[in-house]
Design a binder for this molecule. Structure first.
Ligand code: SF4
Ligand code: SF4
Length: 128
């Protein structure tokens, strides 16, 4: 499960993530992080079995956390215009040059929703 963790100014100075890992024993993978002295956010991959424990551990430390939503492409609506493909910042959407259809690699998606906003036929939807 992916979680988006938001740190405020006070919390960026603490070793919050390290303490959560020590407390829960969860293997947490940091997929992306944007932090400075004013705060920021990290996108984490957390084992499903440890998700609740990790969520509670962050909350106890005063850190805001949300489950990250991702996207799915509704094939029946897609007209293969390519808009989503050109906007995806992590190449989670690829163009299959054999049939000119787009393919989504969900594992790469960081949930920015640029593709969803751009799609002219609402063929992209949010999923958990
Ligand atoms: S939500 Fe963002 S990262 Fe995910 S497929 Fe769409 S553009 Fe790419
Ligand atoms: S923007 Fe929408 S219609 Fe165009 S390729 Fe992507 S999913 Fe298909």
């Amino acid at each position: 499960m992916r979680m988006l963790v938001r740190f405020n100014t006070d919390k960026v100075k603490e070793a919050v993530t390290a303490n959560v890992i020590l407390e829960t024993g969860a293997t947490i993978n940091i997929l992306s992080a944007l932090l400075n002295e004013k705060g920021g956010e990290m996108l984490l991959e957390v084992p499903d079995a440890k998700a609740e424990e990790v969520r509670e551990s962050f909350k106890r430390r005063g850190v805001e956390i949300e489950d990250r939503k991702y996207v799915e492409i509704l094939r029946e609506r897609c007209v293969n215009c390519g808009l989503c493909y050109s906007l995806c910042p992590v190449n989670a959407i690829q163009l299959d040059t054999k049939n000119y259809e787009i393919n989504l690699t969900k594992e790469l998606c960081i949930g920015c929703f640029k593709c969803l906003d751009a799609c002219p036929v609402e063929a992209i939807v949010k999923i958990k």
